[in-house]
Write a protein that binds this ligand. Structure first.
Ligand code: IVH
Length: 708
């Protein structure tokens, strides 16, 4: 990753483009990994993508996308298994890639908790098993349900399969009435080898690596097949519990071992960062001889009371981190460079490679990021790869980390064919021929064709029907491509989806007579489309695919306005980027100026507005439901913290207030409901008292939220 433009050097525009690119890559990789069990890049590459994404978000918090990969755990469950809603969300882990990241992890925890460097703080350190996570629910000592992680909230019910795994007890004694044990299903190297030999003999599909074999085996619809596959399980965490297992992580794991679960023998308790790092190195040395795949070391705060205080970010705990082993590399030939055009018109170069195996996975495509990257330049005109450009025919080094799109990291110019020409990046869109323009400070060249560009239009429609948007069953990317070019039933804009059935009816119901279709599938499609006429406000807004307006922002906006009609009125009135409606939009926590401008502009743009209006006429837009913080005395209240807090740090206070539905603001205004003032409070306290705003001290605040 060292050849990428360093995060510190990115301009805002370049950072935005990079975040869009990363969101795309990571989402594609998630699907390949979690849904298809067919990753095409390694874990290390995947992690590198996620880390870069997180670094850029840290540097440019205002650019964080609503569909940010940082907020997503995995991908949705595959069809075929029933769904399980996890009682406690199954979380992912943040990553550390070097010693400094581990030191930062320790520092950030101390900072959050307000602990001195000299205060003892224990961590457990254990191998990160490269398998797939499983949650086992025991009620009154009996295994009642086993589920995969899925997207973290909803997984697949694989109970029948889990019951065939010998490491998983069917019954446990002296356990809490409700006990959810979480851990990793994996396959040993030896068993993996035997399984692949057996598969090959039978002429059946072989697996790329033990992780895929484990995933493929666990997610068999026929439990007999799972039973014939030698799967194992390590317990390392828990979900819902009717009573605590212990006071510390290490004791809780010991308790799980006593209950009959396999736990990893390399788990240690460390008292300092340097002990954590030396345990990491010791595990790394043993890696080759363990007999199963691990891809790093997981550190967890040992004290469970501290874990509870630290809590979670959107998808990862603050109290744990995975320290990953370094990525894998391979050399191969670059056969061609293709340009893909995305939803926002970005021209993305893709390397077509002579297939090469990197860490057990065959790689034939890799990202080349943008034209500067190919030319060996960074966004500021400096050099990357010592200024070496990349040409078709070159030997390139492919870097694979995590399970997403690999990257071309380096080029060996000593092997460059004599006739290799420098790559000329297209100045026009390969799809529609419009000019492709690179704005000042933007790393990405974009097609200016807008809706006349079929690639952009198709990508926009694909986004419109995607899972987090309209999610219409039977109308996915493939069908969108088909309908887009359909001579009888073209779908060129979102509204066309909802007029399809009517148009087909006046067209003698031709769809039912098509090859691959039939009355039943056509009928199913009409039903699926009709089902989505009723759509939540937030989803609709996200589906429109307005630049910078992602899923989280769409929901924030929907929650703020409540009704679509109120939002529409406000956004129309804000057309000149001024006035009370404009100020109100900007005042929504999480809506920055760039996003607000994009939103207002797209509603002010005539063609776009009439397309939205026509669509909305076909729909029944549901008012936004506010998150359920019923029972919270501070839900919907705007709270400002000032002065010194003594019981917790500002970060902890803010996180807790937000989890109770309060909005935390940095400054006092008429909109402030509560000022929490600690010792040393100055001008904010004065302003609050001038405005007659309720002021509480820290204890009164804790009493109010019920945690005194
Ligand atoms: S702890 C709340 N410990 O890594 C945190 N996870 O990248 C729960 N994994 O989803 C996870 N070994 O599937 C934990 N020793 C270990 C692990 C481990 C493997 C997996 C797990 C998790 C993923 C995150």
């Amino acid at each position: 990753m060292s050849d990428l433009i360093p995060v510190n050097d990115l301009t805002e525009n370049a950072a935005r483009a990079e975040l869009a690119r990363l969101a795309d890559l990571i989402s594609r990789a998630n699907t390949l990994y979690h849904v298809d069990d067919a990753p095409d890049i390694s874990d290390a590459e995947y992690d590198a993508l996620k880390r870069r994404n997180a670094d850029i978000e840290a540097q440019f918090p205002q650019l964080k996308r609503s569909d940010s990969p940082s907020d997503q755990v995995g991908a949705r469950p595959a069809e075929g298994f029933s769904k399980v809603v996890h009682a406690v969300r199954m979380m992912s882990l943040g990553n550390a890639f070097n010693d400094e990241d581990v030191a930062d992890f320790d520092r950030s925890i101390r900072k959050y908790l307000g602990l001195e460097t000299s205060t003892p703080l224990e961590f457990t350190a254990e191998p990160k098993i490269d398998g797939l996570s499983l949650s086992l629910r025991y009620e009154q000592g009996k295994l009642v349900q086993a589920s995969t992680r899925g997207d973290g909230e909803v997984g697949e019910n694989v109970t029948a399969n889990a019951l065939t795994i010998s490491d998983i007890p069917h019954n446990v004694e002296n356990a809490p009435d409700v006990l959810e044990v979480r851990g990793e299903v994996y396959m040993s190297h030896e068993d993996f080898k035997k399984l692949n030999e057996r598969q090959a003999e039978l002429g059946e599909k072989t697996f790329a690596n033990p992780r895929n074999a484990a995933a493929g085996s666990l997610r068999q619809l026929d439990p007999k097949i799972t039973h014939s596959r030698p799967l194992r399980f390590f317990a390392y965490a828990w979900g819902e519990l009717s009573e605590p297992l212990a006071d510390t992580q290490s004791e809780a794991i010991e308790r799980l071992a006593k209950l009959g679960f396999s736990t990893n023998p390399l788990t240690a308790v460390c008292e300092t960062t340097s002990e954590m790092l030396s345990h990491y190195r010791s595990i790394e040395e043993q890696r080759a001889t363990l007999g199963y795949d691990i891809d790093g070391v997981v550190y967890k705060v040992n004290d469970l009371a501290l874990q509870a205080r630290l809590g979670f970010r959107s998808t990862t705990p603050r109290w744990a981190i995975a320290h990953k082993f370094p990525a894998e590399l391979a050399w191969t030939r670059l056969e061609a460079i293709d340009i893909q055009v995305g939803r926002t018109g970005a021209l993305s170069p893709v390397a077509r490679l002579h297939p090469v195996t990197v860490g057990g996975v065959v790689v034939s495509n890799a990202t080349l990021h943008n034209e500067d990257y190919i030319a060996g330049r960074d966004a500021k005109g400096g050099t990357i790869r010592d200024g070496k450009d990349i040409r078709v025919g070159d030997w390139v080094q492919v870097y694979r980390a995590g399970d997403v799109i690999p990257k071309v990291a380096d080029v060996d110019i000593s092997k460059r064919p004599e006739d290799a020409e420098p790559y000329v990046f297209p100045m026009s869109c390969p799809e529609c021929g419009s000019d492709a323009v690179r704005e000042e400070g933007d790393a990405v060249r974009r097609c200016t064709g807008g809706i006349i560009c079929p690639a952009q239009a198709v990508e926009k429609l694909k986004h419109f029907v995607s899972r987090k948007a309209f999610d219409i069953e039977g109308l996915g990317a493939k069908q969108i491509e088909m309908f887009y070019d359909d001579p009888d039933l073209p779908v060129r804009a979102p509204v066309d989806i909802f007029t399809l059935q009517g148009r087909d009816a006046t067209n003698l119901n031709k769809l039912a007579n098509r090859k691959g279709w039939g009355a039943q599938s056509a009928g199913n499609l009409w039903d699926a489309i009709d089902e989505k006429r009723k759509i939540p406000f937030g989803r609709l807004l996200f589906a429109l695919g307005i630049r910078h307006v992602g899923e989280a922002a769409s929901n924030l906006i929907a929650n703020h306005y409540g009704a679509w009609s109120d939002f529409e009125r406000a956004v129309t009135a804000a057309a000149n980027f001024e006035g009370p409606e404009w100020d109100e939009l900007l005042g929504i926590d999480g809506v920055g100026e760039v996003m607000a401008r994009a939103l207002v502009s797209s509603f002010a743009q005539e063609a776009e507005r009439s397309s939205i209006d026509a669509l909305v006429e076909q729909l029944d837009v549901q008012d936004a439901k506010r998150p359920d913080t019923s029972g919270s005395p501070v839900a919907g209240k705007t709270v400002v913290f000032t002065g010194t807090l003594e019981k917790m740090t500002r970060a902890e206070a803010k996180a807790r207030a937000e989890s109770l539905g309060a909005k935390v603001s940095g400054s006092v205004s008429k909109k402030t409901d509560i000022l929490v003032a600690g010792p040393g409070a100055g001008s904010k306290a004065k302003k609050a008292s001038d405005l007659g705003i309720k002021t509480l001290d820290e204890d009164e605040w804790l009493q109010l939220i019920g945690t005194a």
